[in-house]
Design a protein around this ligand. Structure first.
Ligand code: DGJ
Length: 558
C-alpha cells in the first residue's frame, strides 16, 4: 500500500515552495530555427552540468561540501540520483528525504537539477531495486542468458538482473516513479528539477537477449503489430542498423521474431530493445502523468572498441543503432543520451544526432574541447562529466562553463540562425572555416605554435581511450585548442575559445579586434587589440591559458 504523506507536511512543503518561487511554466523541448533547445522558464537553457557519483546523494551530510564546489565550478545544473531502494525501502512506504534534500540544496546554490531514477536498471543490473523486489524472483522474475553464465568483470560475474518481461516489476517500478514525480510536482513548483533520467544504462550483459522462460515464450510469438507498423511507416528513414537487419529478411510485415529479423545476436538486440523500451515507456507514462518534465534514457555505448556484438555491451539499451526500435516502443522518451567514455567523442555525437535526436551527454570525461564541440557543432542541450565532485575547483572546465554560461543567451539566438561554427584541434595543426561570407584560417596551439618547430607541440592531441564504459573518469586534462566562431552581423564575428590564431583569407582585412567578455549575455568590452596584440591587424588570437572572447570586424576594400 502506498503510504500517503501527512496532509500537514504537504501543506508546509507547498507553502515553502510558494514562498521561494512562483509556479513556473514547465521545462520543455522546442524546435527553434536550425536547432532544438531546452526551454526553462520559457527561455533556452544550456545545461552546463555534472553528474554525481552514484552513491553521493544517498547521504545529505556527504553532499554538504560538494554543493558549493559545483557552484564554484560554474555548473548551472547538477545530475543527482534517486534510487528505488531508498525511495521505497518497504513496499508502499515512501521516503522522499533525499530527493527533497537535493532540491533544496540545488536551489540554495542556484543550480537546476536532473534526477536519475535508479529503478529496475543500473548498468544492465538491478542493484538499485529494493531488496523486497530482488528477494522475490517468483513475483519479480530475473533475466537469464542462454548458457546460464553471466558476463563478468575482473573475473567477478555480474548478478542476474530483473527481466523486462516481468509484469509485476514494471507495475511496481512505475508506481514508485509515479510517486516520486507526484512528490516533485508538490514540492517544486518553480521547477528546480528540469529533467529526469529514467533508469540507467539498460540492457542485458553476457547475452544478446533475455533467455528466461518468459522471454523465450515472447520470442516464439509474432512480432507485435505496433512495432511492424512503425517500421513500415518509417521505412524510408530508418537508421541502417535496423533497416539492414529487417531488410536481410525481406522487410516482412508479419511473422515471429526469428522470421522477421533472423536468429542472430542482431535480431536478439531488436527483441531486447523492444521489450526494455516497452517497460521504460510504462514507467515514463506513469511519471509524466504526474509531472510532464522532459525525460531521457542513457546508454552504455556499443559497438565500441573491444565490444563488437550485442551482449558485450548491454544489449537492448538505447545505443544509437537502436533508436528506431526505442522510438517505436517508447514514444514518450524525449531523447536518447550517450555516456561517452570512448575516444571518438565526435563520432558518437554524430551518431546520436541522426534522425533528429537532440544531443545531451549526461556522462563523459571532463573536457572543455569536447564541451565546445557538442555545443558548437550539435547545439547540444547540455554536457555533464561523470563524477563531477572529483574535479578540482580550478579545473579548466569550470572556466569554460563560466564563459559559456554568460554567452548562452547570445549563442542560443545565433545557433537558431545557423551562424555558429566550432573548431577543435585534431591531428592537423590548422583548419579552415567558411562563415558569414568569409574564409578563415585557424591555427591551433596559440601564438606559441608559430615559434615551435613542427611536431614539437606539447599539446596532447586527444584523451587516451578508456577501455570500456564503467571505468572511472581519467584525471588527464584535455589540452587541445578549441573555440566557437559566431557570425554576429555582416562583416562581424565573435570568437570564443582557447589557443587559436585566426587569419582571414583572400581580400578580407581585419578592421577591429576587441577583447572583452559576456556577462549574462551582455558584451563588456576590454582593450582594443592592435599593434603587437594583433600583429597590426593581421590576426585574432586567444591565449591557450584561458577561454577568451574577441569581437572582430572585417572589411573588403571597395
Ligand atoms: C556509467 C554509469 O552510467 C554510471 O552510473 C557509472 O557507473 C559510470 N559508468 C562509472 O564510470
Amino acid at each position: 500500500m502506498i503510504r500517503p504523506m501527512p496532509a500537514l507536511c504537504l501543506l508546509l512543503l507547498a507553502a515553502a515552495a510558494a514562498a521561494s518561487g512562483q509556479q513556473a511554466s514547465l521545462p520543455y523541448l522546442k524546435r527553434n530555427g536550425a536547432v532544438t533547445q531546452l526551454m526553462v522558464v520559457d527561455e533556452p537553457f544550456l545545461m552546463l552540468a555534472g553528474e554525481l557519483h552514484n552513491s553521493s546523494a544517498s547521504s545529505v551530510a556527504y553532499m554538504e561540501p560538494i554543493w558549493p564546489k559545483l557552484a564554484a565550478l560554474h555548473l548551472n545544473t547538477a545530475i543527482g540520483t534517486v534510487s528505488w531502494e531508498l525511495l521505497e525501502p518497504q513496499e508502499g512506504r515512501f521516503d522522499f528525504t533525499l530527493a527533497d534534500a537535493q532540491i533544496q540544496a540545488a536551489r540554495k546554490h542556484n543550480l537546476r537539477l536532473i534526477l536519475i531514477w535508479f529503478g529496475t536498471w543500473k548498468n544492465a543490473g538491478s542493484s538499485y531495486a529494493p531488496m523486497w523486489v530482488n528477494k522475490d524472483p517468483k513475483r519479480f522474475p530475473l533475466d537469464d542468458t542462454a548458457s546460464g553464465k553471466r558476463a563478468s568483470f575482473m573475473g567477478i560475474p555480474f548478478d542476474r538482473a530483473l527481466s523486462p518481461l516481468g509484469e509485476a516489476t514494471v507495475v511496481a517500478d512505475a508506481k514508485a516513479f509515479r510517486m516520486l514525480m507526484r512528490h516533485i510536482r508538490q514540492v517544486d513548483p518553480q521547477h528546480t528539477v528540469i529533467m529526469m533520467q529514467v533508469e540507467n544504462e539498460t540492457g542485458i550483459l553476457g547475452d544478446s537477449r533475455d533467455h528466461s522462460p518468459l522471454a523465450n515464450a515472447a520470442w516464439a510469438k509474432p512480432v507485435p503489430a505496433e512495432l511492424l507498423r512503425y517500421l513500415e511507416s518509417n521505412k524510408a528513414n530508418l537508421l541502417p542498423e535496423v533497416s539492414h537487419v529487417w531488410g536481410a529478411h525481406g522487410f516482412r510485415g508479419s511473422g515471429t521474431w526469428a522470421e522477421v529479423f533472423g536468429s542472430d545476436e542482431w535480431a536478439d538486440q531488436i527483441f531486447q530493445a523492444w521489450h526494455i523500451g516497452r517497460f521504460v515507456e510504462r514507467v515514463i507514462e506513469a511519471g509524466k502523468a504526474e509531472l510532464n518534465l522532459p525525460m531521457y534514457v542513457n546508454a552504455w555505448l556499443g559497438p565500441q572498441p573491444g565490444a563488437t556484438k550485442p551482449g558485450q555491451w548491454p544489449s537492448g539499451g538505447p545505443v544509437s543503432g537502436m533508436m528506431d526500435i526505442w522510438r517505436a516502443a517508447a514514444p514518450k522518451v524525449d531523447l536518447f543520451a550517450p555516456d561517452i567514455y570512448v575516444a571518438d567523442f565526435q563520432g558518437v555525437c554524430g551518431e546520436y544526432t541522426r534522425s533528429g535526436n537532440p544531443l545531451f551527454i549526461p556522462e563523459a570525461r571532463a573536457s572543455a574541447p569536447n564541451l565546445f564541440w557538442a555545443v558548437g557543432r550539435h547545439a547540444a542541450l547540455g554536457y555533464s562529466p561523470f563524477g563531477i565532485e572529483d574535479l578540482k575547483e580550478d579545473h579548466p572546465l569550470g572556466g569554460a562553463y563560466a564563459v559559456l554560461g554568460n554567452l548562452a543567451p547570445v549563442l542560443a539566438k545565433y545557433q537558431a540562425e545557423g551562424k555558429v561554427a566550432v573548431v577543435v584541434e585534431g591531428a592537423e595543426r590548422q583548419t579552415k572555416v567558411t562563415l558569414g561570407g568569409y574564409r578563415m584560417n585557424v591555427r591551433f596551439g596559440g601564438l606559441r605554435s608559430f615559434f615551435a618547430p613542427a611536431g614539437s607541440s606539447e599539446k596532447q592531441k586527444d584523451l587516451p581511450p578508456a577501455p570500456v564504459d564503467g571505468s572511472p573518469p581519467q584525471p588527464e586534462q584535455d589540452k587541445r585548442s578549441y573555440g566557437l566562431i559566431v557570425a554576429t552581423g555582416p562583416d562581424e564575428f565573435l570568437i570564443v575559445g582557447s589557443g587559436l590564431v585566426i587569419t582571414f583569407e583572400e581580400d578580407a582585412h581585419i578592421g577591429t579586434v576587441d577583447e572583452g567578455r559576456f556577462e549574462k549575455g551582455k558584451w563588456i568590452a576590454g582593450r582594443r587589440l592592435n599593434g603587437d596584440e594583433s600583429f597590426s591587424g593581421v590576426f585574432v588570437a586567444v591565449s591557450e591559458k584561458a577561454v577568451e572572447s574577441r569581437r572582430v570586424t572585417v572589411y573588403r576594400r571597395e
